[in-house]
Ligand binder design. Structure first.
Ligand code: DGL
Length: 277
């Protein structure tokens, strides 16, 4: 695979599926001229109930593909892949890696009731990363760690606000509110697309925190271009790739991105002609 965006700054972003588009949108908002390559490992989603070995091996393969395609920085737009695989990725790769973790620290700072809920995948909830965050920042706060099987699949299907989705989410979210949680952490990038439904269920008094804006700021810091955005440069492009079916991906990517996009198969990428935008 050759660099589809020669001689411009290119950021590679990946997730198990479409959830990382929430992070990509936050970075794009901050930077209109950078080029992105996004890989959704939808052929292997969800990661959240897979073994650590499987997630490590997928993260390594996808990161290599991004670097082959010309990515100079990699954003791991997936809490699960970060929790399980980022240490090994950092040990193996020389490019900077921006990663993410559930926003437990800001949630602890925000709560008034002293109860927070953390919504994340099974694998993230039981990870040493979450144990460390609870230990380091959770003193005196009741942290309700809530695995959410099925949430990722709802987003992958684009079912963000159906009656079924509301009922499904309610079973998981309502008990947290009943236990006094006034702050919820969305510890999975897919769940950002469910935020309006989760807010509706939790009620207006509950504060929801997610990490995409913080990851966008961190990415800009790595790029060292916070203050030097040259708007005379070409408009940034996005190359969307999937390990799943590109035909299926087209609809859900366009829905979540907010405008029609072309999605290509990762194995089939056709260099620079494949960029959209
Ligand atoms: N978006 C991924 C995350 O942030 C979802 C993981 C999954 O595929 O289960 O954790």
């Amino acid at each position: 695979m050759t660099n589809p965006f020669p001689s411009v700054r290119t950021v590679g972003v990946f997730d198990s599926g479409v959830g990382g588009l929430s992070v990509l949108k936050a970075i794009r908002e901050k930077h209109p001229t950078i080029d992105f390559i996004y890989i959704a490992d939808s052929g292997n989603a969800p990661y959240g109930s897979r073994s650590a070995e499987f997630i490590e091996s997928r993260a390594s393969h996808i990161a290599d593909s991004l670097i082959d395609a010309g990515a100079e920085i990699i954003v791991v737009a997936c809490n699960t892949a970060t929790a399980i695989a980022v240490a090994k990725l950092r040990a193996k790769l020389t490019v900077p890696i921006v990663a993410m973790e559930p926003a437990i620290k800001p949630a602890v700072a925000h709560t008034k009731t002293g109860v927070i809920g953390v919504l994340a995948t099974e694998r993230t909830i039981e990870s040493p990363t979450v144990a460390r965050l609870c230990r380091d920042f959770g003193q005196g706060v009741n942290i309700l760690l809530q695995p959410c099987p099925g949430f990722v699949e709802l987003v992958e299907r684009g079912e963000l606000s159906s009656d079924y989705t509301h009922e499904y989410l309610r079973k998981t979210v309502s008990p947290l509110i009943a236990q006094g949680a006034d702050t919820l952490v969305l510890g999975c990038t897919h769940y950002v697309f469910l935020e309006p439904a989760i807010q509706h269920i939790a009620g207006p008094g509950v504060h929801i925190i997610e990490s995409s804006a913080a990851v966008a700021r961190q990415t800009m810091r790595y790029l060292g271009i916070e203050k030097h955005i040259d708007l005379s440069e070409h408009a940034g492009r996005e190359l969307f790739l999937t390990t799943g079916s590109p035909e299926d991906a087209q609809t859900i990517f366009s829905q979540l991105w907010g405008s029609p996009v072309e999605v290509l198969a990762l194995d089939n990428i056709n260099a620079s002609s494949s960029a959209t935008g």
